[in-house]
Ligand binder design. Structure first.
Ligand code: NOJ
Length: 768
């Protein structure tokens, strides 16, 4: 889209050297992908020779990936990332590698013996095809960056690219060549625990961030020792699970699939991603892992994707409990025939493909094509030239946990914080001359701050909130820390101690919210609130009458109530990773103005879910909260959110002029410039994220009340005014019609440049 390019250009002009490298990477990947069909890649001939020589078992082995059994016992206190289903004994894995019956391993913790296993695959196994080593490096490796939903709140694709690059540089020191990231699922229901892993509810923001993360992971040269193959997941529509319950069914029209859930995948592939992971869910009754329409029709035939599809963890076997396959054999056949190339963890392909081919139930050409895709991806990351890439740990230690990474994690952390509320300018706080009580289960915590999807963190690096705050204030004795309660349970005498500390303080910081294990895979919640034990703590502390700042920790939007909702100031701090304490201190004491924006709407109540700003209007929309019945509303609350998508305050005060358009008529081939003047009437310099929204007033399919089509961050000094411009073309106004065509229908559109999805004074535009 037009704006995406404007942002990239701006950032390059801004002198971001790292971004130049990333964009160069983009071009090299794009060049590789744009290779004329008949022109053969350097390794094609070798790949064809290999396929001609391979036994059926070796072919099935190239389509089989197992978890590294050396690492089933992950670090004490860490959260298990997968069920232990079908874990293979070490000797079986070694046996398979020796016969050339395995394509690779994943989830290793350090891969200490990866070099030896690779030697066995290359030097001893027949045909010598290198293994590939994968892992879930979602938001950092040893150094942990903010959880993806938090980082998305930065509305800063360059930051997302830089942290992904840094994660790749660290993770490749430990042999991880392929990350199962980014998760690009658009999440429309905050009950779903995996909201934490993605970029939120909006397909436009999600697409820009998906592309940035792919560029970051893969770096300028896919074959480099520091590059990590990206795997956008979960293809597709996993974020649309009914009721927000993980693994549940998805029932959406094809128009919604294409309009909402697919764009971030397309963006990730356009940025050079060569792999994708099939989702656990079904769509309208067809599980994604056996969905020919999705994996072959759309992905390969329509989009021309030449990379590989890996199933999610045992997702091929799960066709049986889904009720889509009769048994394991049937499941293997259905997923392979649909276009799923690699079976993750179930071992079904190894068990059944040879027999399915011998019996004529699966054509050899289908197997060969899947093997070809896998080998081409291995060639693309340089494994045929150097099978030992990223496996030599000697001399790579300096790439892990160094000062630059800490600085980036701190920068990423503070950019991800969203100031939801700041009544009477309570924030920023002074660094001296006032007593601060830090109360709550997350005040001194060093584990939850890493979030659920950090499986390789260095906990010794963690900077908890209390340490960060104390290192910023003049007199460390001015900060008192009281836990008050556990995450979900009271502590004997906890509330009394907290209340006493609050009485003795000038201001209270309440560090409350969700623990890491409450937001992530299989962690759907029926009630997305601050757990009752912490709510009780907040109520008791609020009764002291002291000013309160909420430091909310969370992996999703929450419904805030009572003392939490009514606190004078609220910061959404997600799970900020290794440098949590410093990042929060940077904002609390005003060294940096908050600039994050919500990538998900905060509802008033859990019962509003699924809630997303880009909903349709209905024929009886509630336009005024006082309106009586027979309107699209709940009895208890209006249809409005508590805080809308895009919302976020700064320490400045930015006023938006009315939006103007350079012409009220846009032709199908032309463009218009949309402009708004922003003025900072506050006393502190700010980074303001201006957002461009559209609304198609009348269309052959009813359209969302607003849709994000661009955003731009600008810095405004106190008293400074600046114009923000966006370019709109007919393509930006297009949608997927009932015939599944991408069309820009003539008619009237509302256009806003606004501080959030509910603000701004719009202009009118006619598309001719
Ligand atoms: C299951 C998860 O759904 C997926 O995101 C992850 O990559 C795999 N497990 C492997 O750990």
């Amino acid at each position: 889209m037009a704006k995406q390019h404007i942002i990239s250009r701006r950032m390059v002009l801004g002198g971001a050297a790292s971004l130049l490298a990333l964009i160069a990477a983009d071009h090299s990947v794009a060049r590789a992908l744009a290779r004329p069909r008949r022109q053969r890649a350097p390794h094609d001939a070798r790949i064809e020779r290999l396929i001609a020589q391979m036994t059926l078992e070796q072919k099935a082995g190239q389509l089989t990936l197992y978890a590294d059994s050396n690492n089933f016992t992950i670090e004490e206190g860490a959260i298990p990332v997968n069920p232990t289903a079908n874990n293979q004994a070490r000797r079986d894995i070694i046996d398979k590698i020796g016969k050339g019956h395995l394509t690779g391993l994943f989830s290793g913790q350090g891969f200490n013996d990866a070099m030896a296993l690779q030697r066995m695959a290359v030097e001893q196994a027949p045909l010598g095809i290198p293994l590939i080593f994968g892992g879930d490096v979602i938001h950092g490796f040893r150094t942990i960056f903010p959880v993806p939903i938090g980082e998305a709140a930065s509305f800063d694709p360059e930051l997302c690219a830089r942290t992904a690059r840094a994660a790749a540089v660290e993770a490749t020191t430990h042999g991880i060549q392929w990350t199962f990231a980014p998760m690009v699922d658009v999440a429309r229901d905050q009950r779903w625990g995996r909201v934490a892993e993605g970029a939120g509810e909006d397909p436009y923001l999600g697409s820009i961030i998906a592309a940035a993360r792919v560029r970051g992971f893969q770096g300028p040269d896919l074959t480099a020792d520091t590059s990590m193959l990206a795997c956008p997941k979960h293809f597709a529509a996993y974020g649309g699970v009914q009721g927000g319950m993980d693994y549940n069914t998805v029932d959406i029209p094809e128009t919604t699939l294409r309009e909402t859930f697919l764009p971030p995948f397309r963006a990730a592939f356009n940025a050079g991603a060569l792999t994708t992971m099939s989702a656990f869910n079904d769509i309208g009754g067809v599980p994604a892992t056996a969905n020919h329409h999705l994996l072959t029709g759309i992905l390969r035939d329509e989009w021309g994707f030449s990379g590989l599809v890996v199933s999610d963890y045992t997702a091929d076997w799960e066709l049986v409990p889904h009720g889509f396959a009769a048994d394991s054999r049937d499941a293997a056949k259905k997923s392979l025939m649909a276009g799923c190339d690699i079976s993750m963890q179930s071992g079904l392909y190894l068990d059944h493909i040879p027999d399915l081919v011998r019996n004529g139930e699966v054509p050899m050409r289908v197997v060969d094509e899947a093997v070809r895709r896998v080998l081409r991806v291995k060639a693309a990351i340089g494994l045929f030239d150097n099978p030992y890439r990223s496996l030599d740990f000697a001399g790579t230690r300096a790439r892990v946990g160094n000062a630059d990474l800490h600085a980036l994690a701190r920068e990423g952390g503070r950019q991800s914080i969203v100031m939801l509320k700041n009544d009477d300018a309570l924030l920023p706080l002074r660094k001296s001359g006032q007593k601060i009580a830090l109360i709550g289960p997350f005040g001194a915590d060093t584990r939850d701050l890493m979030g659920a999807w950090s499986i390789y963190p260095d906990f010794d690096q963690a900077v908890p909130v209390d340490v960060g705050l104390r290192s910023s204030i003049a007199n460390p004795a001015d900060l008192v820390v009281v836990k008050g309660c556990e995450v979900t349970a009271p502590i004997d005498g906890g509330i009394a101690a907290a209340v006493a500390a609050a009485h003795a303080a000038d201001v209270v910081l309440l560090a409350i919210g969700e623990s890491a294990d409450m937001a992530g895979e299989a962690q759907s919640r029926v009630d997305i609130v601050v757990p009752p034990a912490q709510q009780a703590l907040a109520e008791a502390v609020a009764a002291t009458g002291k000013p309160i700042v909420i430091l909310l920790r969370h992996g999703r939007a929450l419904a805030l109530h009572g003392a939490v909702k009514n606190a004078q100031a609220i910061l959404a701090t997600w799970f900020l990773g290794s440098q949590t304490g410093h990042a929060i201190a940077d904002i609390i004491f005003g060294d940096h103005s908050p600039s994050g924006r919500l990538p998900v709407s905060f509802p008033q109540e859990s019962g509003q879910q699924p809630y997303f700003y880009n909903h349709r209007n209905t024929g009886r929309a509630q336009t005024n909260p006082d309106e009586p019945s027979f309107r699209s509303r709940y009895r208890e609350v209006s249809f409005a959110p508590l805080y809308p998508f895009g919302h976020g305050l700064t320490y400045g005060s930015v006023e938006y002029s009315a939006t103007t358009v350079s012409s009220e008529l846009l032709t199908q081939s032309g463009s218009v410039t949309v402009t708004c003047t922003l003025r900072n009437s506050g006393a502190q310099s700010v980074r303001e994220v201006a957002q461009l929204y559209i609304h198609d007033k009348v269309a052959s399919l009813t359209q969302p009340v607003r849709q994000l089509k661009g955003f731009e961050a600008i810095t405004l000094a106190p008293g400074e005014s600046r114009d923000v411009h966006f370019t709109l073309t007919a393509d930006d106004l297009a949608f997927v019609n009932a015939q599944l065509q991408h069309v820009a229908e003539p008619g009237l559109f509302d256009i806003w440049i606004a501080p959030n999805a509910h603000g701004g004074t719009g202009a009118m535009l006619r598309l001719g």
